[in-house]
Design a protein around this ligand. Structure first.
Ligand code: FAD
Length: 454
């Protein structure tokens, strides 16, 4: 019998349009493996919300594999060690995997390639990261020209269907039991709101896409209004690779209508990967070096108030509570809440990046860092520290009354006109941590002082 090959799965937990599976299935028997690697150094351990998602996504992938005569083997430890050991047990030499941009995955790939024949395939993005280059062959720093160049290469490849059958090896190696990994919380079980909102896994991802397609042409009109479900909510599915960016692209483009704004957002994923490839420590350091000397405030009480949705700014609090309850927050509100932390509270953007990393089901190393640095004005692509977003103006502008009422029950009886900044605060709802004009003046003064020393 032909020797089996391994398929090493990471943030690509799908069978359709999965080049590693296709290549492996064409070679002979396949041993699909997921390695929970908490030991290879990474910028931070996988967050709690991501672990919840991962548990359900792995379960769903195993079901999909079993329908095709295969199964998912689970191992825990440094990826290179576990893969070498598994390959020895089953007599495999070759490993197929999709390429990833996170620095720790790239290190792991190098380590695996030392002992095994690692074949990396593309498929996480619209175009392979590192291939969208300027006329002089350099990577782009700014989104708009990057997107223009990427658009010229679109459409991306047509997605390939999942293999109908995947050959099993003569005997299956041992693996861990998913439940033994305790990825889901029990005491306390904080994931009740996650279960009602999400269906992790490939089937759930396609259902989510199908729900969105009918609305995609109105995305440009609705996407900034948090009270409306106007965006796709595909982000965790895309992060875990349960659906490919190519599948999303073609399904939405084929549906017709004005979908270019939406496709441009999907392009932001590619852009973030392109930034991380150039600056692997993007989540750790301000790209505008001078901001490493910015006088950030260290205020544990203010940080806690922000994290728990108790700032006294209803739109910020609604967002932070939606995040805690469901593992997701509307993009417009992410921008407002992030800006509030950095500019109103003058707290280092990395504290926000860290909190989002732990609480978002779509927590993505590249995307999170790029968006935090963009909002803070510390990134390669923005110099906006002095543009201070006004939450009390943003909230009525984007008609957030319904959203606030849903997530801040203390304000449920307040009239729409007052809910953005209630004059009388119901019992239990705090006064603003700082008023907007004062916060604005403080942020501008801190920035001016810091500029003077540059
Ligand atoms: P849609 O609006 O339907 O967009 C479709 C897809 O495009 C998304 O699923 C996502 O994959 C991609 N996308 C959309 N906006 C962006 C963007 N600004 N940057 C990169 N890709 C984008 N998104 C994450 O996936 N993971 C993160 O860790 C993350 N952290 C963020 C932190 C901050 C401070 C901010 C302001 C934004 C962050 N975002 C992050 C981007 C954005 O908020 C989410 O991708 C979006 O809200 C997800 O909802 P959706 O799937 O309905 O998006």
């Amino acid at each position: 019998m032909t020797a089996p090959v391994l398929v090493w799965l990471r943030q690509d937990l799908r069978l359709a349009d999965q080049a590693a599976f296709l290549a492996a299935a064409a070679e002979g028997p396949v041993v699909p493996v997921y390695v929970l690697d908490d030991e290879t150094p990474r910028h931070r351990r996988m967050g709690g919300a991501s672990r919840w998602w991962l548990h359900h996504s792995l379960k769903s992938l195993d079901e999909g594999l079993r329908q095709r005569g295969s199964r998912l083997i689970l191992r825990r430890g440094p990826a290179h060690r576990e893969l070498a050991e598994l390959a020895r047990e089953v007599g495999a030499r070759r490993v197929h995997a999709l390429a990833h941009v996170e620095p720790w995955w790239r290190n792991a790939e190098r380590a695996v390639a030392k002992t095994l024949d690692l074949v990396l395939h593309e498929g996480q993005y619209l175009a392979p990261p590192g291939t969208v280059l300027t006329g002089s062959g350099l990577p782009y720093k700014i989104y708009t020209p990057f997107w223009r160049a990427l658009s010229e290469r679109m459409p991306t490849h047509r997605p390939v269907p999942a293999p109908g059958r995947i050959d099993a090896p003569a005997s299956w190696p041992d693996g861990d039991r998913l439940d033994d990994w305790t990825l889901v919380p029990t005491r306390p079980d904080w994931a009740a709101g996650f279960r009602t909102r999400w269906t992790p896994g490939e089937v759930g991802a396609h259902e989510r896409l199908d729900m969105f397609i009918g609305k995609a042409s109105r995305y440009g009109e609705w996407r900034n209004f948090p009270s409306v479900e106007g965006t796709s909510r595909l982000s965790p599915h895309l992060h875990f690779g349960e659906i490919s960016a190519a599948t999303v692209w073609h399904s939405v483009a084929d549906a017709g209508g004005s979908v270019s704004t939406f496709l441009g957002e999907v392009g932001w994923r590619d852009y973030a990967a392109n930034v991380l490839l150039q600056m692997p420590d993007y989540a750790g350091r301000s790209a505008r070096e001078a901001f490493e000397r910015f006088p950030w405030r260290e205020d544990a009480d203010d940080l806690r108030a922000w994290q728990t949705g108790m700032t006294g700014y209803p739109i910020v609090d609604a967002g932070m509570r939606e995040l805690w309850a469901t593992g997701w927050m509307h993009n417009r509100v992410r921008m407002i809440a992030a800006s509030f932390l950095v500019k109103h509270l003058l707290i280092d953007w990395r504290e926000g990046e860290r909190w989002f990393w732990d609480t978002l089901v779509d927590a993505d190393h590249a995307i999170n860092a790029v968006n935090w640095q963009w909002t803070a004005g510390t990134g390669v692509d923005s110099n906006m520290f002095v543009r201070i977003m006004a939450p009390l103006t943003q909230s009525p502008k984007f008609d957030a009354a319904g959203y606030i009422r849903r997530w801040v029950p203390e304000l449920s009886d307040v009239a729409d006109a007052d809910i953005h900044d209630p004059r009388i605060r119901p019992r239990g709802y705090p006064a603003p941590l700082i008023d907007h004009p004062h916060a604005r003046a403080r942020a501008l003064a801190a920035h001016a002082g810091f500029k003077a020393q540059e």
